[in-house]
Design a protein around this ligand. Structure first.
Ligand SMILES: Cc1ncc(C[n+]2csc(CCOP(=O)(O)OP(=O)(O)O)c2C)c(N)n1
Ligand SMILES: *[C@@H]1O[C@H](CO)[C@@H](O)[C@H](O)[C@H]1NC(C)=O
Ligand SMILES: *[C@@H]1O[C@H](CO)[C@@H](O)[C@H](O)[C@H]1NC(C)=O
Length: 582
């Protein structure tokens, strides 16, 4: 008993040290920081097991600070995302690593208004993540207003329980209560609802609006720190965390390779979305740490083919795309897994904040968006990805693959698995011909000349279904003795400017781009920015200009002016206007 009491005193002293570190003038969130002082002290010196000298050790317990600030594994700061990432870590710990490390996530009460938090709550209980602890810092105040539920901790408890969590209310400033609740055995994810006071320990700011995100004035900071230091009486002993259990196996994610070349035959027809699923299943056969997520679209994206072969490495995330992206980020941290997550390209739009934060975290995740463009046909505009290239191109250091046949799709999957940062693979619904030889080499940022003669007039750049339309247009125009060159960019970002410029020079600077995407931010704009310094180049762009409607794929390609006839017509027009100009 004396030992326990001594520990509590030490932990309380630790909290005072933490709180005094919240107060200097350089800190912009002193009040948000001071409400969690006891929680941080208990977590870091009592409950968590880790090696302080080796913060990324795979055996360590994980900690996610969802309420603002950046912490080790994932960048937070955009609220509502930490718990989803923590779910990915806990899922990995329980089901992939089968190790005993635990995941602790500290949330603010303000961010509990975000729907993404409740997507994560549902995920954690469905998958019985009993290695996950969420600590809710109920300090009553947000930024500009009190939170909707203020200090009604019992309402938070009921909400958490209804989501399938074990929920316990504690005084968040009592190290004794925190230690006890964190020591209990667990069979469910645990929510600790910690009633706290924002600005605790800063008399002028305690439980008061108007102090969020404000550094303390100089004299106030000094007197608070002095007062806290006077109260730290027993801090002659240093607290050490417990060492973690060494039960996490090392993994290597280097050289995730396909054991053999693709096995498509010339004349085969396949949709790139299906080629994606086949490639994943193949990659998974030889690489144990390839894991796949989907949001109830697996029989459309074809990630189902992976699930059928490797059910234990498939994570169904249900219709919660924001959480799926966060879980993917969590599964990828500390290089534990090579993660692929898929849904329709267009539904990644609702997870854009998560994608943006993935870039800030330097997360290595691979995403596949199927059903791009009007070529999906009858399902209609709500299902068509027409903004996805713009969205992913705008993310710094992202790699955007847009494969056009089965061979290049398989290569894109293999390259994505080995490319750092965020990778996006855009796949299509229609079946198209295999155009590449199975031993063709593909590289990020390397385009292919898909068709050429010695005397071409125009260079056409297309990808996915529009590459096949461009090849068909080349056949049509040949009968009129007009030769065109057709380029497949393979990656839209980085774009192979050199191949495009070199080939366009051979066609007197004439370029036509054609894409199943809106005009804004897509392939055409990427090509325009690549050739911006070339004098006497002419670029004509074909893309989807309006909100489409439902129809047959070939009808929609025709109506929106991105089919073979539209390409041929644009070529003729470009040639006749340059003839007139002479
Ligand atoms: C945001 C979003 N994600 C995924 C889909 C793809 N999708 C269409 S219907 C459906 C299943 C819907 O199930 P439910 O809500 O139960 O509807 P019901 O069973 O009545 O069709 C899915 C995943 C979608 N349309 N929108
Ligand atoms: C996926 O399954 C559902 C239900 O069986 C079916 O309606 C739908 O057509 C399937 N999608 C594909 C692409 O096969
Ligand atoms: C165009 O030229 C400017 C000025 O020399 C240079 O900074 C820029 O990088 C060039 N852009 C491209 C796409 O080549």
């Amino acid at each position: 008993m004396f030992i326990i009491l001594a520990i509590w005193i030490e932990l309380a002293a630790g909290a005072l040290v933490f709180r005094s570190s919240c107060s200097p003038r350089s800190l912009i969130h002193p009040t948000s920081c001071s409400s969690v002082a006891e929680i941080m002290s208990v977590l870091f010196f009592h409950s968590m097991k880790y090696r302080p000298e080796d913060p990324r050790n795979p055996n360590n317990d994980r900690f996610v600070l969802s309420k603002k600030q950046q912490f080790v594994d994932v960048a937070t700061g955009s609220l509502g995302q930490g718990l989803g990432a923590a779910c990915g870590m806990a899922y990995t710990g329980k089901y992939f690593d089968k190790a005993s490390y635990r995941v602790f996530c500290l949330l603010g009460d303000g961010e509990l208004s975000e729907g993404s938090v409740w997507e994560a709550m549902a995920f954690a209980s469905y998958y019985q993540l009993d290695n996950l602890v969420a600590i809710l810092d109920i300090n009553r105040l947000g930024q500009s207003d009190p939170t909707p539920l203020q200090h009604h901790v019992e309402k938070y408890q009921r909400r958490c329980e209804s989501f399938g969590w074990h929920a316990i209310i504690v005084d968040g400033h009592s190290v004794e209560e925190l230690c006890k609740v964190l020591s209990q055995p667990r069979h469910q994810p645990l929510a600790i609802i910690a009633k706290t006071i924002k600005g605790k320990g800063i008399p002028a700011a305690e439980d008061k609006m108007g102090w969020h995100g404000k550094p303390l004035p100089k004299d106030m900071a000094e007197s608070v720190i002095k007062e806290l230091q006077n109260r730290i009486i027993s801090c002659n002993k240093r607290l050490y965390p417990a060492a973690p259990n060494e039960d996490t196996s090392p993994v290597s994610l280097r050289n995730i390779r396909m054991p053999s070349a693709p096995s498509y035959k010339p004349g085969d027809k396949i949709a790139t979305r299906k080629a994606y699923g086949m490639a994943l299943a193949k990659l998974g056969r030889y690489n144990e740490r390839v894991v796949v997520l989907d949001g109830d679209t697996k029989n459309s994206t074809f990630s189902e083919l992976f699930k059928n072969e490797h059910p234990n490495r498939y994570v169904e995330c249900y219709i919660a795309e924001q959480n799926m992206v966060s879980v993917a980020i969590g599964c990828a941290v500390r290089d534990r897994n090579v993660v692929f997550a898929s849904t329709f390209a267009t539904f990644f739009t609702r997870a854009y904040d998560q994608l943006r934060m993935a870039a800030i975290s330097e997360s290595n995740i691979n995403l596949c968006g199927s059903h791009c463009g009007v070529s999906i046909g009858e399902d209609g505009p709500s299902q068509m990805g027409l903004e996805d290239l713009a969205m992913f191109r705008a993310i710094p250091a992202a790699t955007v693959f847009y494969p056009s046949d089965g061979v290049s799709t398989e290569k894109a999957v293999e390259l994505a698995a080995n490319t750092k940062g965020l990778c996006f693979i855009r796949t299509s619904r229609p079946e198209n011909n295999i155009i590449y030889n199975c031993n063709e080499d593909f590289h990020v940022g390397q385009a292919k000349v898909a068709y050429k003669t010695n005397d071409d007039y125009v260079t056409v750049v297309g990808a996915g279904v529009t590459l096949h339309e461009a090849l068909a247009a080349a056949e049509m125009l040949k009968k009129e003795r007009i030769n065109i060159r057709v380029i497949d960019p393979f990656t839209v970002k980085p774009l192979d400017s050199k191949t495009i410029i070199d080939n366009a020079r051979a066609t007197r600077g004439r370029i036509i781009t054609v894409e199943d995407h809106y005009y804004e931010g897509g392939l055409g704009e990427a090509v325009c920015s690549a050739v911006v310094n070339e004098t006497s180049f002419t670029v004509h762009r074909l893309a989807v200009s309006q909100v489409p409607r439902s129809g047959k794929p070939h009808e929609l390609l025709r109506i929106f002016g991105i089919d073979r006839d539209a390409i041929a017509q644009a070529v003729r027009k470009m040639l006749s206007s340059s003839a007139n100009a002479k």
